[in-house]
Design a protein around this ligand. Structure first.
Ligand SMILES: NC(=O)c1ccc[n+]([C@@H]2O[C@H](COP(=O)([O-])OP(=O)(O)OC[C@H]3O[C@@H](n4cnc5c(N)ncnc54)[C@H](OP(=O)(O)O)[C@@H]3O)[C@@H](O)[C@H]2O)c1
Length: 272
């Protein structure tokens, strides 16, 4: 790919994408630009990835064909105002800000601009993430292909109607934290019954990875669960404890609460 790709905001998510694009050999370092207010952060990114960095956001907006907005949602409005005049209708804006609607971006930079909204997750760091994507009607098929191929280099990509983004945010945006907690809890359980910590952690990790792969291969989780649950065995004893403690409900509730919070944040942003 020979597009020039810029990032406004060089934090966690920007680095995860940059790492994937460069170390996955999808882009060369001289195709990537980053701006951030934190000069130490820029120095670190420059030294680690050999990319060009700027402390001025305009430098990124004028030098890039695709501009990733990778700042926190609450400063998106000021960033968009800052770069609005420099954005042309041929550039592609990719926003990853949680709760920040395409319509609001159009209001600030013009509805003649190509705008993509994505909801990635931090798993792009290990090229295993999933990124939901929607866009405004200015995008041409070739633009969409370009963005999709860029994102596919580090995650699965799924097109989703923008009205479903709060649900996506709750499940796959926040989801890694829920799974990290699960891994920690499983390994704590292992330690409780006498396993050394590092063994317990390894067992928990590999069990989760393998289980996810088995589900991904196509069998329903309930069918797989039944297959490994023998009458009066150890697994049914454990499952019974999970049911007693309403674990299933706890996970559903976690997604529901994250979803509600995402809606609240979206409302606050719309009022800003
Ligand atoms: N983290 C996730 O798992 C995740 C998942 C999905 C979507 N997102 C979205 O991704 C976006 C970035 O999240 P993140 O976790 O990468 O945040 P982050 O680590 O805080 O990165 C944001 C960066 O932008 C910098 N910044 C602040 N003000 C700026 C300005 N005026 N101009 C240029 N840069 C500025 C910050 O510097 P300072 O730190 O010095 O303020 C920071 O380095 C957010 O909108 C979030 O909703 C995140």
């Amino acid at each position: 790919m020979n597009a020039r790709v810029g990032f406004i905001g060089g934090g966690n998510m920007a680095e995860a994408f940059i790492d994937a694009f460069i170390n996955g050999e999808f882009l060369l370092p001289n195709q990537v630009f980053v701006s951030d207010i934190n000069r130490k952060r820029l120095k670190y990114l420059e030294e680690k990835y050999g990319i060009k960095t700027f402390s001025n956001n305009i430098q990124v907006s004028v030098n890039s064909d695709i501009i990733f907005l990778a700042v926190k949602p609450q400063i998106m409005t000021s960033i968009l105002r800052e770069i609005a005049e420099t954005i042309s209708p041929t550039q592609i804006i990719v926003s990853m800000a949680a709760g920040y609607p395409i319509k609001k971006i159009e209001e600030l930079i013009g509805n003649d601009k190509k705008i993509v909204r994505i909801m990635p997750n931090i798993l792009i760091k290990v090229r295993k993430g999933i990124t939901a994507l929607c866009h405004n009607f200015r995008l041409l098929d070739e633009d969409l292909k370009l963005v999709e191929s860029l994102l596919s280099s580090c995650s699965e990509v799924v097109s989703v109607d923008e009205k479903l983004f709060d649900g996506v945010t709750a499940l796959s945006g926040s989801g890694p934290a829920f799974i990290f907690l699960m891994i920690e809890a499983l390994s704590d359980g292992g330690v409780k019954v006498g396993l050394p910590r590092e063994v317990a952690l390894k067992l928990a990790i590999e069990t989760i990875i393998g289980s996810a792969i088995m589900v991904k291969l196509g069998e329903h989780p309930e069918v797989l669960k039944d297959k490994v649950t023998s009458p009066a065995g150890t697994t049914i004893a454990g499952l019974s404890a999970l049911e007693e403690n309403r674990t299933r409900y706890a996970f559903m509730k976690a997604i529901e609460e994250a979803y509600k919070r995402s809606i609240e944040i979206t409302k606050l942003i719309k009022e800003m």
